[in-house]
Design a protein around this ligand. Sequence first.
Ligand SMILES: Cc1ncc(COP(=O)(O)O)c(C=O)c1O
Length: 430
Amino acid sequence: MQDLNPLAIELNEHLQDSAPVVSALLSKLGKRIYLPKGILSQTAEANAKAHRFNATRAIALKDNDMMHLAVSREFVSGLPLESIYGYAPVLGQPELREAWKTHLLKENPSLAETALSLPIVTSGMTHGFSLLAELFVDSEDTLVLPDKIWGNYRLIFQTKAGANLQTYPFFNTAKGFNTHGFRETLLNTTDEKLLILLNFPHNPTGYAITHTEAQHIVDAIVARADAGCRILVMIDDAYAGLWYDASVMQESLFGLLVGCHPNVVPIKIDGATKEEYAWGLRVAFMSFGLGEAAMQPLEQKLSGLIRANTSGASQVSQTLILEAMKAPGHAEQKRHNYEMLKARALKAKEITSDARYTKLWEVYPSHAGYFMCLNLKSGDAEVVRQQLLEEHGIGTIALGETELRVAYSCLEESDVETVFEVIARVIEGL
Ligand SMILES: Cc1ncc(COP(=O)(O)O)c(C=O)c1O
């Protein structure tokens, strides 16, 4: 075991004083990591004081601005050079972080400003989860997840970080979220440290929880925390805002978890990825339900981790998201896309639950997001997928032996019926 750097020791002490539960949740790497003072602090000093020549940054300047190639600049000609080519701050552009915080407070009435950190920018949500795995997960730590998940969690937390995954069936017999199974799984663990990951609107089913289910989830977490367990709860809000059914909760579960128990540390991971229709820009956010004193050392540790992997998210991507959020047509254009997705979702629900298909599949309840998931009553999902692809040119995702996920978000409303008709024909022909 290598010696801890004095800066890491200082951060650990600071965290132990301000947030002992967060400190206890840190992984071995989380304890070791720190942000070296070196180049960053010397550059910051020079930025403040070098009024003649500043030869610190690892960039190239011309006429006091960013040296660049005109052939790329012409595609983003309306933006200042620094906002395209300059390095972004390690934790993200301050104005974008503030803008995202304002957005979160507006969309989540349960959230109080005091207990919401400034969001940290990551290179997509996947990067956010990877950072959390590095900061908090050691090999053999327990991560509680439902059996239906976005597959990348396995790669990040199990394959890479070595966590021990404990799963429970996502649905109960009434096809609601299995709050009982969730609670039982939590109460059956004996660990002093627990990681939980929850995702609503859900991939792959499109399920969203009701207010009552949300409260049951919080109660279960609080019950385990009451027994002395320290719990990190990661809330994957990739599809936040895309709720199409008035009966489900229209805000993040995160808001109910913040401040629910001193042993519970909630983290919200969300992104421009789906919310801003900017999948490939790789801009996402990680927000903690923690106050300033805890965030200070934690931000230093996260800066160290980010510095050591991506070194920071893309500057031009962050600029595009921020400028879009400030633009006059932003809210209206988002509303327009939402209405389009909602129309497709309602169409998909109407078609898939038609009585003529009940012998072929069960439709998992879907209220939000991008997906509809069919549980086939006969036939193998992979065989169906392959036939759809090879014989009809239709792409779907087979999950396990019986489940077929259809991203209606990728279908025009007028094509939804055809796609499910063909799926039905393929199953019937098997
Ligand atoms: C539930 C969920 N979380 C996270 C992501 C990934 O987000 P990103 O592309 O920002 O890494 C996805 C993408 O499909 C997803 O479905």
